[in-house]
Design a protein around this ligand. Sequence first.
Ligand code: HEM
Length: 127
Amino acid sequence: MKKLETRQDIEDLVNRFYDKVQNDDTIGFFFNDVAKVDWAHHLPKMYSFWETLLFGQISYKGNPMAVHFPINAEVPMEKFHFEHWITLWTATVEENFSGEMAELAVYKAKNIANLMAHKMEIARKTR
Ligand code: HEM
């Protein structure tokens, strides 16, 4: 299977992941109904986010945690949502890529998702 090695690979991966997400019964509504995401704006940000995380090409300079707090305040983002997010991400990576960078993409996503799940839970408790 193909290695994950170029910006184009990241774009393909991210596009395929959010195709799944948009049509997903468990987490799709966060994007479609709660945040009403402008995909033309969101997807390029996500390409840069992953390029920065995986290739060290610093093209993303946002705060990935911050945007999730207002969503979490509207509809609780629960542990099972993040677990499902990880399932979709891992499946999309593994359907399309193999090798060290693909493994790193899964590893980093899991770490961030777990941290994010924790932060969202704390935010709900301290509100
Ligand atoms: C159930 C899990 C998740 C949901 C429902 C979710 C939802 C969203 C939504 C709706 C936005 C767009 C906000 C907007 O443009 O108005 C967003 C942005 C973003 N998400 Fe998530 N997210 C989840 C998990 C994650 C995870 C695990 C990561 C990282 C591995 C992540 C990384 C990002 C980044 C980098 C942005 C863009 C931030 C920016 O604008 O700079 N998200 N997310």
